[in-house]
Design a protein around this ligand. Structure first.
Ligand code: F6R
Length: 607
């Protein structure tokens, strides 16, 4: 939610800031803005909407200066408008912020007593006003920023820029990530290393509560206790910060297409060559002591957890509870000894998932995270982080991260089953061999692209769509519906097919496309009965199944998508592909913004 950048450079800051913001636009695109100091004078430019609007503004009204900060916004407090756009300026200080200042109303009331009144609807402006207040009382820029920081409650990554100070940025993090980039006689700040990718590969990650004072040649960090802190400079892999569409029209299309490749890569990290075992990083997990698993996540990652519940329970016979992160903590669920707590998050920064993880600290036996960003807060705060190796995911709708999460989770379930003696070596080897075959099956599923595109043309005319699945295909129905609604804005619901006649069947008529995801598995016949109930009421069925399934059940359906045969355990991973492609092509047919759908942001760092 919101991306921030800063630069103390040797060149004009504006183009550098805009380029870095482009790489953070996945975090929000309601407005964008930059501020610089030029010949001692602080000034700013801001525009509503995507970054391209700020770029246009800068062409007509350039902003010179070699020191600057920038922001791309996902609105929390106040509508997207120029006045609510960051940077927020109060006299001689400008501030960019990612997060939420929870006590901003109290602070506003206090400032009002000094005659200092807000001009915007945002929480962030309060930080600028507070800093100005301390400057007015004679504090130095650094002290004024630090005094303001002392007063803030909530979550923030902040960068401050001051009038008259061309070699100073103050930065701070609490709850929201922040990276410092080291250049040659230049220094940078960014919400993540990707933003700074073209500038430097030498990164210092601020830790919780850290405050940093940057000049072009120095970086001083103080920890939450105010002590000088020595934080490592890491060299990040440049390719992990490279983002391009590789010839595809959208990042989402590229990310769907590269799933065989990234899953192959992920498998290489967990399956030692020539052995039928699952190898976890670090000290791994001893499942013999684990009695139950609690899994917590949001959105698509939550559906990965729902799928994994089937795997852990069926393969390892371990009971699993799955929770939406935003509900988990406030329910105050008992977490008893013997619990393995698993948190799944692409970004590793989702505020609710992180809060749920912290709730489990000291209660669960072990805290494991399944993450795409190894440096993320969720990864760093868990006992064991299991990277999914999906590579940077830019499209706001999660695709390759989802299937990579599933791959890591199925391997974890197999490891649990083996540790607990619930499957013999032969069954384990059979499953592992099937997992190794996933990349080529995924390629075969991707070959159905044109058939899926044709079906999507009809879907794009629908007002509502239902997805049905049974067993592990039920979470896939939920995921298919989520993908479709978030990028095409068509109302869609996922249902367990057996649940349909308990209410939703009332919706079925000749205008209702119903997508049935049903490999020819143990519950196929039951799903087909539910499908017949839909067709008897004139519902338009799109059946996604394999040769056997289609041969048995395709009579009377509106359309079909033919999937390769797959080991029943792994079907959800394969059937994610048509779900993603259906949403993608429907959105393209409707002309919506596939990579940056309205109202959304990729990294949800507010509750
Ligand atoms: C949907 C989607 C979201 C995320 C959710 C969790 O396509 O991307 O539902 O899955 O916001 O995000 P992470 O995985 O970063 O915690």
């Amino acid at each position: 939610m919101c991306g921030i950048v800063g630069v103390l450079g040797d060149h004009e800051a504006a183009p550098i800031l805009v380029e870095a913001l482009k790489r953070l636009e996945y975090r929000g695109y309601d407005s964008a803005g930059i501020a610089t100091v030029n010949h001692g004078k602080l000034d700013r430019r801001r525009a509503v909407g995507k970054l391209v609007n700020l770029g246009d503004l800068l062409v007509h009204d350039p902003l010179p200066g070699k020191a600057g900060i920038g922001h791309t916004r996902w609105a929390t407090h106040g509508e997207p408008s120029v006045s609510n756009a960051h940077p927020h300026q109060a006299g001689p200080v400008a501030v960019v912020h990612n997060g939420i200042i929870e006590n901003f109303r109290d602070l506003r009331a206090e400032l009002a007593e000094h005659g200092i009144l807000p001009q915007t609807e945002t929480d962030t402006e309060t930080v600028a006003l507070l800093t100005q207040h301390y400057l007015d009382q004679g504090a130095s820029p650094v002290d004024a920023a630090f005094q303001a920081l002392d007063r803030l409650e909530g979550a923030f990554a902040l960068a401050f820029l001051f009038d008259g100070e061309e070699d100073l940025i103050v930065a701070a993090r609490k709850g929201s990530p922040l990276a410092i980039g080291h250049g040659e006689g230049e220094m940078y700040v960014g919400s993540d290393a990707i933003a700074l990718g073209p500038l430097t590969d030498r990164i210092t990650y601020l830790e919780e509560g850290d405050r940093a004072v940057l000049t072009r040649t120095s970086l001083e960090i103080r920890d939450a206790q105010g002590e000088l802190a020595n934080r490592e400079i890491r060299t990040v892999q440049i390719q992990s910060t490279q983002i391009d569409k590789a010839g595809h029209k959208h990042f989402m299309a590229k990310e769907i297409a590269e799933q065989p490749l990234v899953i192959g890569d992920a498998l290489g990290h967990y399956l030692p060559a020539g052995q039928d075992t699952v190898q976890l990083p670090g000290k791994g997990i001893d499942f013999t002591k684990i009695e139950r698993v609690t899994m917590v996540a949001c959105g698509t990652a939550y559906y990965a957890c729902l799928t994994a519940k089937y795997w852990f329970e069926q393969l390892a016979r371990i009971p699993v509870e799955v929770d939406i992160a935003s509900e988990f903590r406030y329910r105050e669920p008992p977490v008893s000894p013997g619990t393995l707590a698993v948190f799944v998050s692409q970004s590793g920064e989702t505020a609710d998932t992180l809060a749920a993880l912290r709730y489990c600290e000291g209660k669960a036996d072990k805290i494991v995270s399944v993450v795409n960003v190894p440096e993320s807060s969720i990864a760093r705060e868990s006992d064991l982080a299991l990277p999914i190796h999906a590579g940077v995911e830019v499209g706001v709708a999660s695709t390759k991260a989802f299937t990579c999460q599933l791959v890591v989770l199925v391997l974890l379930a197999l490891k649990a089953a083996a540790d607990k003696g619930q499957i013999d070596q032969e069954t384990l080897a059979d499953h592992i061999s099937a997992v190794r075959g996933l990349p080529s099956l995924l390629n075969a599923a991707l070959d159905q692209n044109e058939a899926i595109r044709q079906a999507a043309i009809k879907l794009s005319e629908a007002r509502d769509v239902l997805f049905l699945g049974r067993g592990p295909m039920y979470p896939m129905a939920l995921e298919g519906a989520l993908k479709l609604k978030e990028i095409s804005y068509i109302h869609a619901e996922g249902y367990a097919s057996g649940e349909l006649k308990h209410g939703p069947i009332a919706l079925i008529d000749k205008n209702m496309p119903v997508i049935v995801m049903a490999p020819r598995d143990a519950v196929f016949d039951k799903t087909v009965s539910n499908m017949q109930e839909v067709m008897a009421r004139k519902g338009q069925v799109l059946l996604i199944s394999d040769d056997d399934g289609l041969a048995e059940a395709q009579d009377g359906v509106w359309s079909t998508i033919r999937m390769p045969h797959v080991h029943p355990t792994l079907a959800p991973i394969l059937y994610a592909i048509p779900a993603q492609l259906l949403a993608y092509h429907t959105a393209v047919a409707k002309g919506t913004d596939v990579d940056q759908p309205r109202n959304l942001a990729k990294s949800v760092t507010v509750e």
